[in-house]
Ligand binder design. Structure first.
Ligand code: PHE
Length: 363
């Protein structure tokens, strides 16, 4: 019988030398296939004496196994090579920027949010948050708007389908539910603002179904309407960078404030631009008032000890005014040309201390 060791190393060398999967398969069939050299040797076992069988049987088996292993190893490494070549040819250099120079910009709403936050935090307010998918209780009931209250109709609410316990969640129609969440969570005094998205089923040049508000809530001892008025006037002066902005407080009604008012800013709509501080038009920018005693009672605050004010301001509206953008719907149309015109460069990060005093829309 042929020297098994020599045979093994000869075949193993062939296997190792195979340069692709097809060649390897040819070698495997020639050596280990049914009619291969190793199988023929196995067949010879039948003609051997029992003693010879005892000696060669295990050796042949071992030879077969180790060669099969060698084929498998070579197969694995050849497959890996193929995969690597494929990966290399298909790779995408994700470090390559697809944004051409100067395209990224800050949306005017983000800019407004940052500026508003900066102005109010400087006055001592902190920032609170609440969910956009809100429970009826926080959006309405706790704010003194019980079911069947006509004020519910005014909100053009987007309702969710009923959940298991028959309750319908809503897309919050204002940021006022954050007032309730804040007061249920802590102890007075409170001085917070809550900027965020709000939703109503309404769409025209000054309304979009999704819009932005910032809520403010101040609860302390001896707070009165004068504090509210000062805060709003001070805010407008800083935000619009105009010393004598025309502001008008109009008596109004909200179930959660008493007394209530709406605030309008003097402006004019001229040649496709809104100009602030000029003309005889008015744009409503917020609702406000002294927090209704009923609301305080709903959140276990004693109205004889604590009072306060609240307001909810439309951020999109004040952005329109500040930069002379006449149609609110353009804010969310994602038109690059619009963003290029009204957007802010990433590096002119809004800041009271560093911002330029130019008003974009009126340039
Ligand atoms: N939540 C009111 C609205 O969206 C605004 C408001 C807030 C009014 C706080 C009074 C006090 O219309």
């Amino acid at each position: 019988m042929q020297d098994l060791q020599t045979l093994e190393s000869e075949i193993a060398a062939n296997i190792k030398a195979a340069t692709d999967l097809e060649q390897l398969e040819v070698i495997r069939i020639a050596e280990l296939g049914k009619k291969g050299r190793v199988s023929l040797l196995m067949r010879e076992l039948g003609k051997m004496s029992p003693d010879e069988k005892k000696e060669f049987g295990p050796k042949l088996n071992q030879l077969k196994n180790s060669l099969n292993d060698a084929v498998q190893d070579r197969k694995n490494s050849l497959e890996e090579e193929v995969l690597n070549i494929k990966l290399k040819s298909e790779s995408v250099d994700i470090s390559l920027s697809v944004v051409t120079k100067g395209q990224g910009s800050i949306h005017p709403i983000s800019q407004v949010m940052d500026e508003v936050t900066e102005i109010f935090t400087e006055m001592g307010y902190s920032v609170a948050e609440g969910p956009e998918i809100e429970e009826d209780f926080y959006n309405f009931t706790a704010l003194n708007i019980p079911e069947e209250h006509p004020a519910r109709q005014m909100h053009d609410t987007f309702y969710f389908p009923e959940d298991e316990d028959g309750k319908r969640k809503v897309l919050r129609t204002h940021t006022s539910p954050v007032q309730i969440r804040t007061m249920m969570d802590g102890e007075p005094p409170y001085r917070i603002i809550a900027p965020g998205r709000t939703y109503r089923n309404d769409s025209d040049a000054t309304h979009t179904p999704m819009f932005h508000q910032v809520e403010a809530l101040v609860i302390d001892k001896d707070i009165h309407m004068g504090h509210l008025k000062w805060c709003i006037e001070e805010f407008c002066r800083k935000f619009f960078e105009i010393d004598n902005v025309k502001i008008r407080f109009r008596p109004s009604y909200f179930p959660f404030t008493e007394p209530s008012a709406e605030v309008d800013i003097g402006c004019s709509f001229k040649d496709g631009e809104v100009l602030i501080g000029e003309g005889d038009d008015w744009l409503e920018i917020m609702g406000c008032g002294m927090v209704n005693e009923r609301v305080l009672e709903n959140v276990n605050i004693d109205p004889s000890e604590y009072q306060g004010f609240a307001f909810g301001m439309g951020l999109d509206r004040i952005a329109m005014l500040k930069w002379g953008i006449p149609d609110l719907r353009d804010f969310f149309a994602a038109d690059l040309r619009w963003l290029k015109h009204y957007g802010f460069q990433a590096l002119d990060i809004p800041s009271l201390s560093t911002r330029s005093s130019s008003i974009k829309g009126s340039k």
